[in-house]
Design a protein around this ligand. Structure first.
Ligand code: NDP
Ligand code: MG
Ligand code: MG
Length: 330
């Protein structure tokens, strides 16, 4: 099986005494910066002038500088700003100020793998990618646990980049949950494929198609929402806890029979072919270029689709329903 690293396999000394800069103070940035500070590290946050996050980071007790100033003199620079902004920020503020032999870190391989960022030969390049949202990285750390994370080393002129990456992962709490090795290519391509084909693209479209099929046939939208959207979490929780077998041993035989009989009618050979094409577009860089082209075009496609999704009938029904369910955290 895979090698999994825990706290006992990591040495925080690889980071202690080093000047650490975290760029960005959003979902991942605030979690990495605060967790590392509480693990005894010397952390500075880098933000652009006029950033909304500036006061927030200062209130949390962290020194804040502009991106360029925070990179100057830093031994380790972790880039936790949105993927679409990283290349221009790298050219303008990071590359001109990056110390020789510094460690340059990422939480997603996107820009390095697709060569939108090409670090200098002397830089050590690593990744620590928590497999969960930043707010969970922070909350689990405070509770004494952590979020499992991947680490990777892309360039290692110093010879000790792996130790530093493992120290970073342990410093944010991942050593309590498990740290797995990967490469920039593997992390980037599997992460994009998972979110597009299954976790976000696949699942949201499936739930909405189910909702629309029932409402179009005249069933009440509340029932349609319950059966095709709300219950998804209950099923996924069982899979998360014990795999497909545990989920199937909890549902009725009727549901299990229908599961086997119907799933393959929807996910057909044709669907699998489409999945292969999605993967091919990720591997060739076509998806990355399409995404970055939309960013350069003011995110016209992203924003139009976001608005259309927000106005889908299922969102209105869902909001009403959640209002009635006092146990769901707001
Ligand atoms: P967010 O959108 O949450 O964070 C944006 C932060 O970056 C804000 O503080 C923003 O400040 C700041 N920022 C924007 N431009 C600059 C700049 N030029 N210099 C310094 N700071 C800047 O990003 P995420 O945390 O979602 O993503 C960061 C990275 O982590 C990405 O590579 C992503 O793929 C990866 N990742 C994210 C996960 C997640 O849970 N969201 C999970 C795993 C990996 P302001 O806009 O106020 O200026
Ligand atoms: Mg992703
Ligand atoms: Mg049912």
């Amino acid at each position: 099986g895979a090698t999994v690293y825990y706290d006992a396999d990591c040495n925080l000394d690889a980071l202690k005494g080093k000047k650490i800069t975290v760029l960005g103070y959003g979902s991942q940035g605030h979690a990495h910066a605060l967790n590392l500070k509480e693990s005894g590290m010397d952390v500075t946050v880098g933000l652009r002038d006029g950033s909304k996050s500036w006061q927030v980071a200062e209130k949390d007790g962290l020194p804040v500088k502009t991106t360029a100033e925070a990179v100057k003199g830093a031994d380790v620079v972790m880039v936790l700003i949105p993927d679409e902004l990283q290349a221009e920020t790298y050219e303008k503020d990071i590359a001109p100020n990056l110390k020789k032999g510094a460690y340059l870190g990422f939480a997603h391989g996107f820009n390095v793998h697709y060569k939108k960022i090409v670090p200098p030969a002397d830089a050590n390049v690593f990744m620590v990618a928590p497999k969960g949202p930043g707010h969970l990285v922070r909350r689990t750390f405070q509770e004494g646990s952590g979020v499992p994370s991947l680490y990777a080393v892309e360039k290692d002129p110093s010879g000790d980049t792996k130790e530093l990456a493992l120290a970073w992962a342990a410093g944010i709490g991942a050593g309590r949950a498990g740290i797995l090795g990967t490469t920039f290519r593997e992390e980037t391509e599997t992460d994009l494929f998972g979110e597009q084909a299954v976790l976000c693209g696949g699942i949201c479209e499936l739930m909405q198609a189910g909702f629309e099929t029932l409402t179009k046939a005249g069933y009440h939208p509340v029932n349609a929402y319950f059966e095709c959207v709300h219950e998804m979490k209950l099923i996924v929780d069982l899979i998360y806890e014990g795999g497909f077998h545990t989920m199937r041993s909890s549902i009725s035989n009727t549901a299990e029979y229908g599961d086997y009989a119907t799933g393959t009618k929807l996910i057909t050979a044709e669907t699998r072919k489409e999945m292969e094409q999605v993967l091919a577009d990720i591997q060739s860089g076509a998806f990355a270029d399409e995404f970055l082209a939309d960013y350069k075009d003011g995110f016209k496609k992203l924003y139009a689709r976001r608005e259309k999704a927000a106005n889908h009938e299922s969102e209105k029904v869902g909001a009403e329903l959640r209002g009635l369910m006092s146990w769901i955290k707001k």
